[in-house]
Design a protein around this ligand. Structure first.
Ligand SMILES: Nc1ncnc2c1ncn2[C@@H]1O[C@H](COP(=O)(O)OP(=O)(O)OP(=O)(O)O)[C@@H](O)[C@H]1O
Ligand SMILES: [Mg+2]
Ligand SMILES: [Zn+2]
Length: 508
């Protein structure tokens, strides 16, 4: 007696089809699984055995051989429990009819026969749709994330008994659709820009950064409001589109971090501590899971007190900052997770925090200051689009009762600037100015004679690098977009130049 069930395993965000072939034959009772099973699948054997017994189905007294094919694919994950159990039930004719090859089954079993939640259900379902499956049987607890996917039926099931009844046509389970309403951005962020008093220069720089997805370095003395403003940046970024939301949810699904019902509809804000390991930032591990750079995809990666991060950790940021993705290599091949984020870095200028502060005296020696600033490498500094120095909020500003602009108003301006960018880059894969590279910069960021002269002068006087040159023009493009101005003018370039002043003042 033989059966064949389809299931899925994940490599990064990509799901692959696996055949679970089960053969029951005479001979001494035995239960073996072949086809490169890893440790988790061996454990799965015990769960399947208990779950079947405790669901009232006897465990067949036969020689049971389960083959997971193709053999060359390494199978990982507890989602294989359920297809193995169904394979046995089907070969044993507890399930009467043949389960067709358009049905994929994923789910973990608990010893009592319940089907429990798995990590990565959403990316599996999306991949199975691409593989022309018609339906996926998923654990009930995974139904909200999966039910958002169009074009494939989601059959949520709570326990083995129900599933057997479903296949034997004695229980009807309607395909589950996540209410579209649950995607809508109902989130009214708890924090708002209006709470930040004064600080117009810092707010302006952050608004430009958000409008063009530029990364930004905030440098200033303690209590200047750097952490405060960073935490409020998601509240001015445009709402996630449906596609972005799916992408973000896939990543959180794999990481086992889905707490919402359905899709994530809020831009991520990740603020890893400087003691985080390289793997925690980049991703990886024995069960490959996305790191902070991927968890920040479509949102904000905030590196507070950036000089405290070890160099090796900062170095891993380079690839995602340039490519918008990160490759993780493992013994059995490498894969890629998306990692397109807006990086916000904050730091004090020295150990005591007050170097350059107008009201406090810095107690550090010059060599201490140099050593502290030296922790930020040239190549990293070079990759930052906007640098801004922030000083503590003025007393009068703090006491001022008049209303500060709310996140909602700033968000509208940013949304308009993003719309302009989207239209301009309609025939490319680019969404925002920060993504422009060499040939696109000359194509989309034309500047007039006057600006040209200003730039030339700055370039020679300040000794700017070619990369800095590109960044200045991109930032100027964003400033013009915020004004809804088609042309980059001299004053846009002049403002963009201001955001590159810190290297020289502090790093010399
Ligand atoms: N512009 C401001 N308006 C209102 N409150 C402010 C402002 N700036 C700072 N604060 C208050 O000061 C507190 C400290 O600010 P915050 O933690 O953002 O400073 P920081 O620049 O990150 O300092 P550090 O360098 O020590 O990390 C905030 O929680 C907030 O209450
Ligand atoms: Mg801070
Ligand atoms: Zn100091």
């Amino acid at each position: 007696m033989f059966s064949k069930i389809k299931t899925c395993v994940l490599y990064g965000l990509e799901g692959y089809v696996v055949d679970v072939e089960t053969d029951l034959s005479g001979g001494l009772p035995n239960f073996s699984i072949v086809g490169l099973p890893d440790v988790s699948i061996r454990e799965s054997k015990e769960r399947v055995r208990s779950a079947l017994k405790n669901s009232g189905f006897g465990f067949p007294v036969s020689r049971i051989t389960v083959n997971l094919a193709p053999a060359n694919l390494k199978k990982e994950g507890s989602q294989i429990d359920l297809p193995i159990a169904v394979g046995i039930l089907s070969a044993n004719k507890d399930i009467k009819k043949n389960i067709d090859d358009k049905t994929c089954i994923i789910g973990e079993l608990s010893l009592d026969g319940n089907i429990t939640k798995i990590d990565g259900a959403l990316p599996m379902v999306i991949s199975m749709r691409e593989n022309s499956f018609e339906r996926v049987v998923v654990p009930v607890e995974n139904r909200d994330e999966c039910g958002a996917v169009d074009g494939i039926n989601i059959i949520p099931v709570g326990n083995i008994k129900d599933l057997v009844n479903y296949f034997n046509d004695s229980l009807i389970i309607e395909p589950y659709r996540t209410e579209y309403g649950s995607f809508e951005n109902t989130d009214l962020s708890e924090v708002d820009f209006s709470e930040i008093k004064g600080q117009p220069a810092m707010k302006r720089a952050v608004e430009i950064a958000a409008a063009g997805m530029h990364n930004i370095l905030l440098l200033g003395s303690p209590g200047a409001g750097k952490t405060m403003i960073a935490q409020r940046i998601p509240s001015i970024l445009p709402d996630l589109t449906f596609e972005e939301s799916l992408e973000v949810t896939k990543i959180y699904s794999i990481a086992g971090l889905l707490t919402t019902n359905g899709l994530i509809n809020k831009r991520p804000f990740r603020s890893p501590h400087h003691t985080s390991s390289r793997a925690a930032i980049a991703g990886g591990g024995s069960k490959p899971s996305p790191g902070e750079v991927s968890l920040a995809h479509c949102g904000v990666l905030f590196l507070d007190e950036i000089p405290e991060f070890p160099k090796s950790v900062i170095e891993v940021l380079r690839q995602p900052m340039e490519d918008g993705s990160i490759s993780i290599s493992r013994a059995n091949g490498s894969f890629t997770f998306p990692a397109k984020f807006m990086m916000i870095a904050a730091m004090n200028p020295c150990i005591c925090g007050y170097y350059g502060d107008p009201t406090h005296e810095c107690t550090c020696s010059r060599s201490q200051i140099d050593r502290y600033l030296g922790k930020i490498s040239g190549p990293l500094l070079n990759r930052i689009d906007i640098q801004i120095e922030v000083s503590p909020v003025k007393y009068d500003d703090l006491k001022n009762e008049s209303d500060e602009e709310s996140s909602c108003e700033i968000k509208k301006r940013i949304a308009r600037a993003r719309e302009i960018q989207k239209n301009r880059y309609a025939n490319t894969r680019i969404l925002t100015n920060s993504e422009l590279s060499g040939k696109y910069i000359s194509k989309y960021c034309k500047i007039d004679k006057e600006s040209e002269m200003l730039l030339r002068e700055a370039f020679e006087k300040l000794g700017l690098s070619a990369r800095a040159y590109g960044k200045i023009i991109k930032v100027a493009r964003t400033i013009a977009d915020l004004e809804e101005n088609e042309f980059i003018e001299c004053r846009h370039i002049a403002e963009a130049l201001q955001y590159r002043g810190l290297d020289r003042k502090y790093w010399r």
